[in-house]
Design a protein around this ligand. Sequence first.
Ligand code: ZN
Length: 173
Amino acid sequence: MAIREIVEFPDPRLRTKAQPVTVFDADLKRLVADMFETMYEAPGIGLAATQIDVHRQLLVLDVSEEKNAPLVVINPRIVQSEGKQVYQEGCLSVPGIFADVERAERIRVEAQDVDGKPVTIEADGLLAVCIQHEMDHLLGKLFVDYLSPLKRELVRKKLAKQRRNAEPAAVGV
Ligand code: ZN
């Protein structure tokens, strides 16, 4: 396993639309292992392949306190969504920035596991937020896109300043 470099906003590679995963082989399992290692080390609760510059429809998540509930989500589609919730989100690609985003409260997702087997995931609360946030990455979308242009510009400036001062990254997804 290896820790991959996480691409950070406003890097244009984060705007790439991911393609479906079509081959479920040992290379895919290695990629998934690297993504979990990178996510846990960051530390984060979710990571989309887009964030490590791999443009495939692949997410890893673990929203458990004990970090013992790894979830791999491949080629996800939201087939049902209900309700609304607002959660203060962060992102490993936008370190140190947190902002309220409104998303669906409950979602049903059809996806595939690492062997290509179809899976249905019923999620609510934080897991639902996290899946929707990571699925946005696959479309080249970031949580800061939900902010006003003025706020987004402030985020960009804050990140540029952080990089100059080399502050450590905060927890994100
Ligand atoms: Zn993110």
